[in-house]
Design a protein around this ligand. Structure first.
Ligand code: 5GP
Length: 213
């Protein structure tokens, strides 16, 4: 009896350390598939097309929207970001637990389209840490950092729409908690209809047709 994979959306403010957590999750545990988004932003030093993102033009992105090839998309600090549909659907049907690392507007659209999706928000223990991490990574200009912090402040109300919040203090702890959350979803009754139907059928066979009482 193979179950469909669990679709998990992971969001968090820019600088919350999501990238590190995703990397650790994939390296530490099996059965995860990380969706690679399409974006119109330029690659940062060290990023590769097809690994961190599919880096495409605005025209190419708009063509994907037109073809309904994206599960969701959003604009974030002057650029488009979106989740290609085909990979996610294929991996879920293979039983892989698929992770979408996306921002809040996209997360809410996913929840609308896939009500069973698990929404997890990752946050540093305190807001000051965001600025420290964004400045420390040295890949963004001051103006972009400020826009990202402003966006974080705007996004913070959206945390209430998530199912779970995990503090990223120690990477290993945060990664393990995320893994356990996702794995516990496999036990939900909605993800085990085949099993519940099987047991019901077996019980009926065992007792003959159940009498009403
Ligand atoms: P970054 O430019 O730092 O890689 O990503 C900026 C923001 O866009 C992050 O919050 C990231 O989670 C989000 N993001 C990345 N891919 C997608 C996507 O496919 N859809 C949406 N809605 N957001 C995305």
């Amino acid at each position: 009896m193979r179950q469909q994979g669990i679709l998990t959306v992971v969001s968090g403010f820019s600088g919350a350390g999501k990238g590190t957590i995703m990397k650790a999750l994939l390296e530490t545990y099996d059965n995860y598939a990380l969706s690679i988004s399409a974006t119109t932003r330029k690659p940062r030093p060290g990023e590769e097309n097809g690994r961190e993102y599919f880096f495409i033009t605005k025209e190419e992105f708009e063509a994907l929207i037109e073809q309904e090839a994206l599960i969701e998309y959003a604009r974030y600090v002057d650029h488009y970001y979106g989740t290609p549909r085909a990979y996610v659907e294929e991996q879920l049907s293979l039983g892989k637990d698929v992770i979408l690392e996306i921002e809040i507007q996209g997360a809410l659209k996913v929840k609308e389209r896939f009500p069973q999706a698990l929404l997890v928000f990752i946050t540093p223990p305190e807001a000051k840490e965001l600025e420290r991490r964004l400045t420390g990574r040295g890949t963004e200009e001051r103006q972009v950092i400020e826009k990202r912090l402003l966006r974080a402040a705007k996004e913070s109300d959206g945390m209430d729409s998530y199912d779970y919040i995990v503090v990223n203090d120690v990477v290993e702890d945060c990664t393990r908690k995320l893994h356990e959350l996702i794995q516990s979803q496999h036990l939900k009754v909605v993800h085990n209809r085949e099993l519940t139907e099987k047991i019901k059928g077996e019980l009926k066979e065992l007792v003959g047709s159940p009498e009403s009482d």
